[in-house]
Design a protein around this ligand. Structure first.
Ligand SMILES: Nc1ncnc2c1ncn2[C@@H]1O[C@H](COP(=O)(O)OP(=O)(O)OP(=O)(O)O)[C@@H](O)[C@H]1O
Ligand SMILES: [Mg+2]
Length: 313
């Protein structure tokens, strides 16, 4: 039987500082009243939450031979993500992100470390046909993979996998993603609204879709409290958000949307159904701290969907 989803991506820990007393000032020190240490990285949050929704999930990435790397492997294993394809490389340090949380938004500082060094030579493309779906996140954080991105998605498509890509924000704000070459091999392109506008250098979504038309298959745009909007070869699909009063933080909401969306798609659901389920997993993400706090297993997800959102799954 085929395996489920192969996630290729960056791995890091998150150090979250909450209740920060003001903005950091060079040469001074400020205090944060709360601190949390968790599994970070868009790709790992996606993989962990996808596995928690009952989808068979494997991860391919790189960590350093250090305590953060060991923690990441242990956390992914706890979440039932297969870590056999994760490389531990003693030459590099494991990535780390320090997050300063301010109400609904946050400021991040990342040291990429080992994640910079994963490239096509570390990825077992000969095993691709064992999997049903390939997902990649955080294109701009993975310098080693950038030159190989088109080749990677082309091989995945040739081997019969469906594919999804969430490029995330470009910290350099240069947006050098080769969308004309890559998007034809991406079934679901999953940016948020700000990322899509920045990538296409446009001010509104309809213009952004025009720029990508002819290259893209389905684009699903995440829009925070406005839900999601998809565009596929001239057709628009909208999905309403699941608003609620138990907001904690929005870290990883986009990755949780991706996990819900892809899990639903892999179970044979339609585009609107998959977008709604993505909105639900995105909203669920915001009811607990960090990207994975709201997810443990499918039965507790079903219970929380009922108690928090009044939805029967
Ligand atoms: N406050 C909220 N209430 C309800 N749903 C939310 C909220 N914030 C996000 N969501 C849901 O989660 C989805 C993804 O969130 P968002 O648009 O913030 O993604 P993102 O910017 O890619 O996030 P990330 O920072 O994790 O990459 C939204 O489309 C929406 O369905
Ligand atoms: Mg995102």
């Amino acid at each position: 039987m085929k395996k489920g989803v192969l996630v290729i991506g960056e791995l890091n820990v998150d150090i979250l500082l909450n209740k920060v007393r003001g903005l950091p000032v060079i040469g001074q020190e400020i205090l944060a009243d709360e601190m949390t240490f968790t599994l970070g990285s868009s790709s790992a949050i996606f993989a962990a939450n996808l596995a928690s929704l009952g989808i068979d999930t494997s991860f391919c990435g790189m960590v350093g031979d250090d305590i953060f790397g060991k923690y990441i492997l242990a956390e992914l294993n706890k979440k039932k993500v297969d870590t056999e394809l994760i490389i531990t490389e003693s030459k590099y340090q494991t990535g780390v992100t320090i997050i300063l949380n301010y109400e609904q938004d946050r400021a991040n500082v990342t040291h990429c470390g080992a994640m910079d060094h994963l490239d096509l030579t570390n990825i077992p493309v000969d095993k691709f046909s064992q999997y049903s779906h390939l997902h990649l996140s955080s294109f701009f954080l993975q310098k080693g993979l950038q030159k190989d991105i088109v080749q990677l998605f082309k091989i995945a498509h040739e081997k019969g996998l469906s594919t999804s890509l969430d490029i995330q924000w470009d910290p350099a704000n240069e947006w050098a993603f080769p969308y004309k070459q890559c998007l034809p091999y991406v079934d679901f392109f999953l940016p948020n609204e700000a990322e899509l506008l920045a990538l296409t250098d446009t001010d509104q979504l309809s213009d952004a879709f025009d720029v990508l038309d002819g290259f893209s298959n389905t684009i699903v745009v995440k829009r925070g409290v406005n839900g999601a909007l998809a565009y596929s070869k001239g057709t628009y699909t909208e999905a309403d958000p699941y608003l609620h009063s138990q907001f904690v933080d929005a870290i990883g909401a986009g990755d949780s949307f991706n996990a819900g969306f892809i899990s639903s798609y892999l179970k044979g659901k339609s585009l609107p159904e998959s977008m709604l389920f993505g909105n639900l997993t995105g909203a669920m993400n915001t009811t607990a701290p960090g990207g994975t706090g709201a997810f443990s297993d499918l039965s507790s997800f079903v219970t929380k969907a009922r108690t928090i959102f009044n939805i029967e799954i």
